[in-house]
Design a protein around this ligand. Structure first.
Ligand code: IMP
Ligand code: MG
Length: 183
């Protein structure tokens, strides 16, 4: 899927496929170095983190396990509800594991701060976060993030796993929506 397939729906391309890819190279190298000789479990947050998980994990030389969680914090709108619910829990016992959460975006931070607390209560060795995007100006709670791809302005973005009403997830880049799409 490319820009021509969603003609008129996008206001702007914020980050190209190439920019995302080269930043992921750097993040993977850092993660390889930080976890050298250690066990590592990647936890992806469905559905938005699918692309980050696939592209980041394939850049790692480090052997990893992967597991998935689904939580709900948004309906089909563009504002965080602040309410987090587990829709699908992990299959993995976290005791003694080094957990790295792979996320698409940290917006208000409400979802991640809740998730980190929840996973820490399960007896892991460590819990850290790798996120492709972060919106510093939208933060409602401070979240300690070890790996950040890009800090972006406080605008609603789509693509690379991120949706608006379940659309645009399969765009390979990050773009902003034209206002008429959600008007
Ligand atoms: P937070 O709890 O506000 O930090 O964000 C929770 C979730 O909302 C993220 O993991 C995304 O799935 C979704 N989200 C936040 N901002 C955006 C956006 O700009 N576009 C699409 N989804 C978003
Ligand atoms: Mg998400």
């Amino acid at each position: 899927m490319d820009q021509s397939d969603v003609a008129g729906d996008l206001a702007d391309i914020l980050l190209t496929e190439e920019q995302l890819g080269s930043r992921l190279d750097e993040m993977a190298a850092q993660i390889d170095a930080d976890y050298a000789g250690k066990d590592l479990l990647l936890v992806g947050v469905l559905k938005g983190a699918v692309m980050v998980m696939a592209d980041l994990s394939r850049r790692l030389h480090h052997p990893v396990s992967m597991d998935w969680m689904a939580v709900s914090s948004y309906g089909s709108g563009t504002k965080s509800s602040g309410v987090v619910r587990i829709l699908k829990d992990l299959d993995t016992d976290l005791s003694g594991r080094n957990v790295l959460i792979a996320e698409d975006i940290i917006d208000s931070g409400l979802t991640l701060s809740w998730l980190v607390q929840n996973l820490r209560s399960r007896g892991p060795e460590s819990v850290e976060i790798a996120t492709m995007l972060r919106k510093p100006d939208a933060a409602k709670v401070e979240v300690d993030v070890k790996y950040v791809g890009f800090d972006i302005p406080n605008e609603f973005v789509v693509g690379y796993g991120l949706d608006y009403a379940e659309k645009y997830r399969n765009l390979p880049f990050i773009g902003t929506l034209a206002p008429h799409v959600y008007a």
